[in-house]
Design a protein around this ligand. Structure first.
Ligand SMILES: Cc1cc2nc3c(=O)[nH]c(=O)nc-3n(C[C@H](O)[C@H](O)[C@H](O)COP(=O)(O)OP(=O)(O)OC[C@H]3O[C@@H](n4cnc5c(N)ncnc54)[C@H](O)[C@@H]3O)c2cc1C
Length: 495
């Protein structure tokens, strides 16, 4: 994160010092691995965050990250029996699905963020926030090592240690360049609010530069060639936003250069929006297509279905920094058989099988998927805000009912051990997805194979995104930004 910021500082300075660099605007919409490494360490010489007397009797939950997963966890946590410490270098929650709208001034950056302190102030629980990033976790001694995000503080001590009983890791993913040469030096990323603001300034700078009288048409064309890397929903949405910005606002403000603009979307796969229904892909492919780039997998923490990090005690991971390793039924088949075979006859009767079938379905969702008509969504959930938010609220619910479920476990039978699991495993419910395509048209794919493309889906998109805002403040700001845009158009000043 810090490295990213320094890179941007350096990069934007380079842009200003060297105008010829502003030829291409490349937007990387790919994600990368988590940043925290597990290790053992001593806390000597570092400040340790102690609990107050009242809190010292409580179990301490440390939450890393204030994105979709962390914020959803905090918003849903109701159990006052915990002393909660939140650590994140970003003191606000950002509504990332609207970042493409920030890049062209459709929505203001401040309208899509909510301060963390405002979110936690509303809770009746004991929650403390530290603006810092965690750089090391000592899982054995249950300590996290943190560094303040401020450049310096008065005593020059920027590092401190926080003990935990439970650790919730929700640090998201890092932008991954996939080691593509030149990406760091020549591209913009679209991951954080600052990225969206920088893209907005650069786009407008490009139009101002292209309008200067000293340039040839060839140079103007080069400056106004925008290349977007990644044909997923974010890349397509940014391309659509840029297209609308140019066709609705820029044409009136920069009439002399409007015909020189070219927007190209690069995608490694055969189709853009390939996670959507084929009808949506076909419709969206009216956007120009270019040559491919290489893509590889992201690096993440592996968890079980209860979001517990494998091999670590009391550590949970949610959101983009984690992936659930679903157990396969064949790995446990012998254990399942012996658990079901109550009379040790060596064969299973229908009755014996019926008695364990619900537990098998709960524990191994693939079984459920193949046996039920239409199947159920879950198994390998993708890195989206929807997954992160559901995981946050699931884990908060587990923490809320920790004691209750200790006494009366509600999870499936333990096939390899005794008794039942405390909680039901996490199940992702897919509520559908949107891909704004520009020109007030959106593609919507909702559960039940319901696909809609057009203006009516755009209104559905407006209402869903307004309703999903984290607070009434941001809801009002976003709706008023949309209204301002309808009436006055987008603001093209480069501030
Ligand atoms: C432009 C864009 C558009 C998107 N649109 C959609 C969409 O329409 N629908 C959808 O479902 N998903 C969308 N996504 C994906 C969605 O934003 C992510 O899946 C979601 O943000 C993941 O949530 P998270 O909590 O895991 O991570 P994040 O939201 O990235 O939050 C990570 C948090 O961890 C903090 N952090 C990072 N490092 C550390 C550290 N070392 N110590 C402590 N804290 C740390 C960060 O400051 C941040 O607060 C979009 C993403 C982008 C970038």
């Amino acid at each position: 994160m810090m490295r990213g910021l320094t890179f941007y500082k350096r990069f934007s300075r380079d842009f200003h010092d060297n105008p010829s660099l502003v030829k291409l605007l490349l937007v990387f919409t790919v994600s990368g691995g988590g940043v925290v490494a597990y290790s053992e360490s001593k806390s000597y010489g570092l400040n340790v965050v102690h609990a107050s007397e009242a809190d010292s009797k409580k179990k301490r939950v440390v939450v890393l990250g204030t994105g979709w997963a962390g914020t959803s966890f905090l918003k849903n946590l109701k159990n006052s029996e915990y002393d909660v410490q939140v650590i994140s270098p970003r003191n606000y929650f950002a509504f990332t699905p609207l970042l493409p709208s920030v890049t062209c001034g459709t929505v203001d950056a401040r309208s899509v963020v909510e301060p963390v302190r405002k979110i936690i102030r509303k809770k009746t629980l004991d929650i403390h926030y530290w603006e810092a990033e965690c750089f090391k976790i000592d899982a054995q001694n249950k300590k996290v090592y943190c560094r303040s995000s401020q450049d310096t503080n008065l005593s020059g001590e920027e590092e401190f240690v926080v003990d935990y009983d439970y650790l919730v890791i929700a640090i998201g993913a890092r932008v991954n360049t996939f080691n593509t040469p030149g990406v760091e030096e020549n591209c913009h990323f679209l991951k954080e609010v600052e990225d969206a603001q920088k893209i907005r300034r650069t786009v407008i700078d490009c139009f101002e530069r292209a309008s200067l009288p000293t340039l040839s048409d060839e140079e103007r064309k080069r400056i106004l060639q925008f290349v977007i890397v990644g044909g997923g929903p974010t890349g397509v949405e940014f391309a659509a936003e840029l297209h609308d910005f140019v066709s609705e606002d820029i044409v009136k403000l920069y009439p002399q250069v409007k015909d020189l603009v070219k927007i190209t979307l690069l995608e490694a796969g055969e189709h853009i929006l390939n996670m959507f229904d084929k009808r949506i892909t076909a419709f969206a492919e009216k956007i120009p297509k270019g040559c491919p780039i290489d893509v590889t997998n992201r690096r993440v923490l592996a968890t079980d279905e209860w979001l517990r990090v494998e091999g670590c005690d009391s550590v949970y991971a949610l959101g983009d920094c984690a992936t659930i390793n679903q157990r396969k039924v064949m790995e446990d088949i012998a254990a399942i058989f012996s658990k079901a075979d109550k009379d040790n006859s060596g064969t299973l009767t229908v009755k014996e099988l019926q008695e364990v079938i619900d537990n098998i379905c709960q524990r191994y969702p693939k079984i459920q998927k193949s046996s039920l008509p239409g199947g159920l969504p879950n198994e390998k959930s993708s890195a989206t805000a929807q997954v992160a938010a559901q995981q946050g609220s699931y884990l908060a619910d587990c923490f809320n009912r920790m004691e209750e479920c200790e006494k009366n476990p509600e999870g499936p039978l333990r096939f390899r051990g005794e008794g039942r699991h405390r909680f039901r495993p996490f199940r992702y419910k897919h509520f559908g997805q949107f891909a704004p395509l520009g020109g007030e048209q959106t593609a919507a794919q909702l559960p039940g194979d319901w696909v809609s493309i057009g203006h009516s889906s755009q209104w559905l998109w407006y209402s869903v995104y307004a309703s999903k805002q984290v607070s009434w403040r941001t809801r009002v700001l976003v709706v008023s930004d949309w209204t301002k845009r309808f009436i006055f158009g987008r603001d093209s000043s480069s501030i």
